[in-house]
Design a protein around this ligand. Structure first.
Ligand SMILES: Cc1cc2nc3c(=O)[nH]c(=O)nc-3n(C[C@H](O)[C@H](O)[C@H](O)COP(=O)(O)O)c2cc1C
Length: 197
């Protein structure tokens, strides 16, 4: 399969704080996604995109993508290149993290007409955060998909250093397959539709 036929999948690490858990499931998911024959996968860490707190004079929906901030421009380029996304999200006070919302708010056209799936974690698997993110995705004209990975009580997976014990994520592989499969379907359908425009 040529590079052009493959879908470009970005996995977004949705928290940046010191000692964060997010990068552990994100790295595992990235390794699983790399096994997909028809996807080119990249892990995007919001730590590498220290975006300013959104403070632009006009909404990105009204703009033409002419970003003056270097980090926003780099972020926009990565998001524009993708056909599909998976956001790895914590749940902070029954909602999404501020850094993740800020990363969504900075752009608009770059997200449009593309599918997004989620991996979340928390006492109830981060499900409340995912439900809120799905609403945001709709406003960004995205297609949030049903299948997701929810890791409930993830702290039970950790050793005394806060690292997931070996094999902690193995049982999630079947869920990951279902998530990839649905995301792939939407990514291809919407890519075809975007190209016809
Ligand atoms: C400000 C804050 C609020 C939190 N609120 C919730 C919550 O509402 N539900 C939940 O399941 N966990 C909550 N937690 C616990 C997080 O699930 C846990 O700290 C997790 O490690 C956060 O993700 P991160 O390590 O990737 O930043 C909260 C943690 C923080 C720091």
């Amino acid at each position: 399969m040529s590079q052009k036929e493959k879908i470009n999948l970005k996995i977004i690490v949705g928290s940046t704080r010191q000692n964060r858990f997010s990068e552990q499931p994100a790295r595992w998911l990235y390794e699983e996604a790399k096994k997909l024959p028809d996807a080119e996968v990249e892990l995007l860490d919001l730590r590498d995109y220290a975006l300013p707190f959104f403070n632009e004079p006009i909404s990105p929906a009204m703009g033409q993508g002419d970003y003056t901030d270097e980090t926003v421009a780099r972020w926009a380029k990565k998001i524009a290149a993708a056909d599909a996304y998976i956001a790895v999200t914590p749940e902070y006070n029954h909602g999404y993290s501020a850094v993740l919302k800020n990363a969504f708010d900075h752009l608009y056209h770059e997200w449009n007409n593309k599918p997004i799936g989620f991996l979340s974690y928390g006492s109830v698997g981060g499900a409340r955060s995912v439900e809120q993110l799905r609403q945001i995705a709709i406003e960004l004209q995205m297609a949030p998909i049903r299948n997701a990975i929810y890791i409930a009580n993830f702290w039970s997976l950790l050793d005394t250093n806060g690292q997931a014990k070996p094999g902690s994520f193995t049982s999630l592989a079947e869920n990951a397959e279902k998530l990839f499969s649905q995301l792939n379907w939407w990514a291809k359908a919407l890519k075809t539709a975007r190209e016809k425009k």
